[in-house]
Design a protein around this ligand. Structure first.
Ligand code: OXK
Ligand code: ADP
Length: 575
């Protein structure tokens, strides 16, 4: 055989990683090139994969995580070693916390040198560091194991409770060569990566018995329910039982927020008053006051409110995490909901009329109050008058994806802007994390092709703001709206010493974020009235051009930490 013929029959580590991903239907990589993965990004693009390069790995990681949530396929984030890896790790950890499937693939330095701590370029024992922060972590040392490594990473990310997986690929692996035919045979196309988990019949019966006996039932829909993509069955469950439901933030739109059974506008009342609560893909964590205390009608902060809980979740360990779960229903949401529907049949008795009437009365009162507030047009513009515009824009464009972060900008948007379709609201999730904004926006536009509207507090935007260059570079239909009130929460704090430094929560007054977008060729608009904001948002949706609107908000508007002020520790000692 000639030397040429021999080299044609060889493959290498770079190629096998690309082939293994493509074989499993993964066609997009979010990442940031550098040693040792620069050639991997080039070759992936040359092989027809979409490679989206970011300015900071955390944003690439957040993009991968939300792509995983939207598609049920693990989102891939590719980084360089040590610092790049660490930058991506925050996103990996956030993905795991939120139950989003993603794989962080990081190049790493030479094992021999790292393990003897001899001071390699970007030396770090990345596998050990990643392990406690993700669902699973693997390392591949030999080219012939790349197929298995990718297969294990995919299964770990999407099966059972989804989460983040770390895959460590040392630099030497990429250049390793092996026989091309043997390489091809070593790859694995994962069959049934997220197997259905059928609930036990007795568990279904137990749940139905409890639901049947309820006099004030409530269903809570979480982002696990949105992730499951069992939209029609979930809607049928709500409508056939006639039970009021409460969507968690990212479950908004699973049924349209305008649905008559939505109890979102009377949250406090239904949580405190319900006697049986069915959780569908929602955890009883801090966002639900741990299922007890005053929110749930208890006397003090740890007191059980007396509710009985049914919990549908894929993770058996989730049960009893905070309070007793009387009817655990363990399985995938699609299978659990369809089993419940079979048991419910077509003549399920609706909840007692006095419960439905009480919920409706309070809800309508709150909706009317909100409508009154939204109708006002104060000068300067405030959160409500600006969000009244966003509310109309989403109503007219229900396909658009809404990304949302901040404190007040988050909380007001959640309660004011109705969502009409599943998985269209992407926000700070389980951690209340700041910095997801631009990463989520890029991925949402890339994955869906739909327009994206990012409603950002001016502080929140700062965490990922440089990615407006990425948005312009890929010409994505993203409209970023910054609610600019000159600071974190508000722009009015002062330095009590009278010294030259401004208060820790205050930014440059009158900052022109719109000019940042213009610097990269996007459209930047400065809006000080709802009419200007409306015009700019409508134009952004129409043109699909990268747009950033600097929406100037009253700097006195907003409260400390929005709706979660109480989480700020208050010392008994007088200041
Ligand atoms: C809701 N409501 C409405 C409507 N929707 N009224 C009228 N019309 C409509 N459409 C009512 C609802 O009944 C509540 O009133 C109130 O508005 C607020 O609703 P909601 O759903 O927002 O409820 P609440 O109490 O804020 O929910 C608690 C929560 C939520 C913890 C789930 O606050 C949340 O998701 N927070 C996340 C915050 C976060 O992560 N922040 C991060 C950054 S801050 P009542 O009368 O019924 O109660 C940060 O980093 O540090 O500060 C920092
Ligand atoms: P939220 O913040 O909206 O309340 P959480 O993230 O707390 O939602 O809860 C989501 C829950 O959904 C997790 O406990 C997770 O195990 C569960 N989950 C995710 N996907 C599925 C699925 N396909 N089937 C069943 N449960 C799921």
């Amino acid at each position: 055989m000639t030397t040429d013929a021999q080299s044609q029959e060889l493959t290498d580590g770079f190629q096998l990683v690309i082939d293994a991903l493509k074989l499993n239907g993964i066609n997009t990589i979010f990442g940031l090139p550098g040693i040792p993965i620069t050639d991997l990004t080039r070759r992936a693009q040359a092989e027809g994969m979409r490679v989206i390069s970011f300015r900071h790995e955390q944003n690439a990681g957040n993009a991968a995580a939300i792509a995983g949530y939207m598609t049920q396929k693990p989102g891939i984030c590719l980084t360089v070693s040590a610092p790049g890896f660490l930058n991506g790790l925050t996103a990996l950890s956030n993905a795991t916390t939120n139950c989003f499937p993603m794989i962080l693939i990081s190049g790493s330095s030479e094992r021999e040198i790292v393990d003897l701590q001899q001071g390699d370029y970007e030396e770090m024992d990345q596998l050990a560091i990643a392990k406690p922060l993700c669902k699973a972590a693997f390392r591949v040392l030999h080219a012939e194991d790349i197929g298995v490594g990718i297969a294990r990473a995919i299964r770990a990310a999407v099966s059972g409770r989804p989460g983040g997986v770390y895959l460590d690929l040392p630099a030497k692996l990429f250049a390793q060569t092996m026989d091309a035919e043997a390489g091809k045979k070593s790859l694995i196309k994962v069959v049934d990566p997220a197997p259905r988990q059928i609930p036990a019949q007795d568990a279904v019966q137990r749940a139905l018995e409890l639901l049947k006996r309820a006099t004030r039932p409530l269903i809570l829909l979480g982002k696990g329910a949105a992730y499951a993509q069992a939209d029609a069955d979930i809607r049928a469950l709500i409508e056939r039982t006639g039970i009021p439901y409460l969507p968690m933030s990212m479950a908004k739109g699973l049924l349209p927020d305008t649905h008559e059974q939505s109890a979102a506008a009377t949250r406090s009342y239904v949580l405190a008053e319900a006697d049986v609560v069915m959780l569908v893909g929602a955890r009883l964590n801090w966002l639900l006051s741990h299922g007890k205390g005053k929110t749930w009608g208890g006397k003090d902060h740890k007191d059980w409110g007396g509710q009985r809980f049914i919990q549908i979740d894929i993770s058996p360990q989730e049960m009893d995490s905070n309070v007793r779960i009387d009817a655990p229903l363990v399985g995938d949401i699609g299978s659990c909901v369809s089993a419940l529907l079979a048991g419910i049949g077509s003549n399920w008795a609706k909840p007692p009329a006095d419960w439905l009437r009480a919920v409706a009365e309070r809800k309508n009162k709150n909706l009317a109050k909100m409508a009154e507030t939204l109708a006002k047009d104060p000068t300067p513009m405030n959160f409500h008058s600006a969000l009244n515009v966003v509310r109309d824009i989403i109503k007219a464009n229900p396909d658009a994806i809404l990304v949302n972060e901040g404190a007040n900008a988050l909380d007001f948007t959640r309660s004011i802007v109705d969502m009409y379709q599943p998985r269209k609201r992407l926000d700070v999730g389980t951690w209340g994390i700041m910095g997801i904004g631009m990463g989520y926006s890029v991925a949402a536009a890339v994955v869906s092709g739909q327009p994206v509207i990012a409603i950002e507090g001016d502080s929140a935007f700062g965490f990922s703001g440089m990615e407006v260059e990425t948005i312009c570079r890929y010409n994505l239909p993203v409209c970023v709206v910054i609610f600019n009130n000159n600071g974190v929460y508000r722009g009015t704090d002062v330095n009590p010493t009278g010294g030259p430094d401004v208060a820790p929560t205050v930014f440059v007054k009158g900052a022109r974020y719109d000019k940042l977008m213009q610097a990269f060729g996007g459209v930047g608009v400065h809006a000080t009235t709802p009419a200007e904001l409306r015009r700019a948002m409508e134009e952004a949706i129409r043109s699909r051009k990268p747009t950033l609107i600097n929406a100037v908000i009253d700097e006195t508007a907003g409260t400390e930490s929005g709706r979660i002020t109480s989480l700020n520790p208050q010392s008994a000692k007088k200041k």
